[in-house]
Ligand binder design. Structure first.
Ligand code: ADP
Length: 335
């Protein structure tokens, strides 16, 4: 595992030893309190110029806490954050000039129309009104938001509101875009518009993108490199292809049973112990010869009648994520 990288000249973001502990909260009147949580635990990261870098991990892994420290919104207990040479721990107010941050909440813009949210963001970032309006119009057009430009954010669906907030984040361009789960709740058309807009900025302007996601499938298609976060630590950091090489000796076997699995067949019971189960579907990661044996078992003899379908596949980023283990086994979302 390569969690620590040597500093590089072309790094836009450099994080060293970043640690943040949320204090324990005592329960009141007999209710249980919450224990102390070390939400980021010595995180080391480097994000290079012009790359789309992902922070991937299950809910509660510490991604948002990490990003809030990166963006100067939260002070770490220890460690350093450098963005384009600026010390963000010492000068958190500089972050706003260096990066555009799309957080999980949109409440600050909710009362505004889509159009005004975009224009206001541009003006707050120092554009004159004419320029802000020109950029607003271009971005709303680019993201297909022109037809709902006059509607208030609070009256939109969750996905539309998210897209409008993303649009606002793009007005008054910053060299670093920090996006926390940007496509949550969006339909496929909106998702594609977001990734196309990200890609365009990277290609045309060299924008660097730091993307928080727990959606492995989406991540695989858009990320240049990814840091897998688990319980506040970076447990792996590489390109999606590089991470997949870590489990390249394995084959993913998916079995779908008609009604229930024939656990009375000993070979099937043995597979059951190694399977991740989701309703009628079992997913197994096996060595190639084990995969062949498993397929022979389920396609022959007593098990076959109970089998609805099976597939064999090379590992996906999701398999890597699961193979890395720990808490990453839970909270995985496919969308
Ligand atoms: P993620 O973004 O990966 O879902 P978070 O950074 O939100 O993870 O949370 C990391 C851990 O810190 C979790 O255990 C969460 O319960 C805890 N946590 C997050 N915010 C707070 C807070 N304001 N107070 C106490 N604990 C928190």
């Amino acid at each position: 595992m390569r969690a620590v990288q040597a500093p590089r000249e072309d790094e836009v973001v450099r994080v060293r030893g970043l640690t943040k502990t949320y204090p324990a909260v005592k329960g009141r009147r007999g209710t249980p309190g919450t224990p102390e949580v070390r939400a980021t635990d010595g995180v080391e990261l480097g994000v290079r110029r012009g790359e789309v870098f992902g922070l991937l991990g299950p809910n509660g892994a510490g991604k948002s806490t990490l990003v809030r420290q990166l963006t100067g919104l939260m002070r770490p207990d220890a460690g350093s954050v450098e963005i384009l040479g600026h010390d963000i721990v010492r000068h958190p107010e500089r972050a706003a000039r260096l990066l555009a941050y799309l957080g999980q909440e949109s409440s600050a813009l909710d009362e505004l129309t889509v159009s005004l949210a975009a224009e206001t963001t541009g003006v707050l970032r120092g554009l004159d009104v004419r320029r802000a309006r020109a950029e607003r119009d271009a971005v709303l057009e680019e993201l297909g938001l022109a037809p709902i430009a006059g509607r208030a954010l609070k009256k939109l669906s969750g996905g539309q509101r998210r897209l409008a907030c993303f649009a606002a984040a793009l007005v008054g361009e910053r060299p670093l875009l920090v996006l926390d789960e940007p496509t949550t709740g969006m339909d496929p058309v909106a998702r594609r518009a977001v990734w196309a807009a990200v890609d365009r900025r990277r290609a045309e302007r060299g924008t660097t993108v730091l993307l928080v996601t727990h959606n492995v499938i989406e991540a695989e298609t858009v990320l240049d490199r990814v840091a897998v976060i688990d319980r506040g630590r970076v447990i792996a950091c590489d390109s999606p292809a590089g991470l997949k090489e870590q489990v390249s000796g394995e084959v993913r076997v998916e079995l779908v049973w008609r009604e229930r699995a024939p656990l009375e067949v000993p070979e099937v019971a043995a597979l059951h112990e190694r399977a991740a189960e989701s309703g009628r579907r079992w997913t197994l990661r096996l060595a190639p010869e084990e995969a062949r044996a498993a397929v022979a078992t389920v396609t022959g003899g007593a098990a076959f009648a109970a089998l609805d379908d099976f597939t064999l596949a090379t590992p996906s980023l999701e398999d890597v994520y699961l193979a890395l283990g720990g808490a990453a086994r839970q909270g995985l979302v496919k969308a």
